[in-house]
Design a protein around this ligand. Structure first.
Ligand SMILES: C[S@@+](CC[C@H](N)C(=O)[O-])C[C@H]1O[C@@H](n2cnc3c(N)ncnc32)[C@H](O)[C@@H]1O
Length: 280
């Protein structure tokens, strides 16, 4: 049986890095960026921690007709790339929640540097028991966090709880493919202990079982495959860039990236982009 507390500890330790803030700021300076003139997009190589990076965030966001009236919750917000993108590009007010206190701290620091701290804020917490009242948000947003969470019904039921009636949930996630077990390590897990993938049909019926209505459902696997192939080829050709996700995951990110390409090419994982609605 899965014990949520021990799962949370293992997941937090997978993502934990020492002195992350200092390391990121140094890397930004060494790539020639002026820390006093940073734009949200400058941080994308490190804070858009999902297949497709900032482009994938913008693609999903543009389907949602966002505006400044919306109160958004980003579940598993990581270093906050998507939340700051939604705030900077669309004026949304966004709260991020993440298991990692360190990620929340660095996300807040980056928001202050970008002058976005009046629109975004971060809370450390578990997506399975969120510190928010029922019906608090107009839009829930989640990218690449559910892979670390075994209790999918608990996760999406908790999202339903904090979502206003009539509100939408936007999901961009890695799911199980039909090609067999995942090659590890991958960016969300070094071994199967904290990797919990379900297939697209299972996810859809689980969401519908909770009461969500599907607004749109798209397979994004091919786009993700092309993007990760380019990432893998660039690493093979030039080595790891100064600014990149390896700063969060360590040097074995090269192997993770190679495994991601294999997992995508061998249909061991799939990518889904979905918008579902809690009926009014
Ligand atoms: C691959 S990162 C994605 C971060 C961010 N969504 C993005 O796309 O840039 C996965 C994130 O999910 C968070 N996470 C995993 N399990 C969680 C849980 N039970 N509650 C809250 N956050 C969780 C991790 O701490 C990590 O920051």
């Amino acid at each position: 049986m899965h014990r949520p507390d021990s799962e949370a500890t293992q997941v937090a330790s997978h993502y934990a890095r020492q002195d992350l803030d200092q390391e990121l700021l140094t890397a930004l300076v060494e790539t020639g960026l002026d820390l006093d003139r940073l734009q949200a997009a400058d941080l994308a190589p490190i804070d858009e921690f999902h297949v497709g990076g900032r482009r994938a965030t913008l693609e999903l966001a543009r389907q949602l007709g966002l505006d400044r009236s919306l109160q958004v919750l980003d579940v598993g917000s990581g270093l906050g790339g998507a939340s700051r993108c939604l705030a900077a590009e669309f004026g949304c007010r966004v709260t991020g929640i993440d298991l990692s206190g360190e990620y929340c701290r660095v996300a807040s620091l980056l928001a202050r540097r970008l002058g976005l701290d009046s629109l975004v804020s971060y809370r450390q917490g578990n997506a399975l028991a969120m510190p928010f009242e029922d019906h608090s948000f107009d839009l829930l947003w989640t990218q690449h966090a559910a892979m670390n969470i075994a209790d999918k019904t608990g996760l999406y039921a908790e999202m339903w709880r904090v979502l206003k009636p009539g509100g939408r949930l936007a999901i961009y996630d890695i799911l199980a493919g039909e090609g067999g077990p995942v090659h590890f390590p991958v960016p969300w897990a070094r071994d199967p202990a904290i990797s919990h993938l379900i297939g697209p049909r299972q996810l859809r019926s689980l969401l519908e079982g909770i009461g969500f209505e599907v607004v749109s459902w798209q397979d994004a696997t091919e786009r993700g495959r092309d993007w990760f192939r380019r990432v893998g080829e660039k690493i093979d050709r030039d080595g790891l860039p100064r600014l990149g996700i390896h700063l969060l995951l360590g040097e074995d990110f090269s192997l993770m990236a190679r495994n991601q390409v294999r997992n995508l090419e061998e249909d061991r994982i799939a990518l889904i982009e979905a918008i579902v609605q809690r009926p009014a």
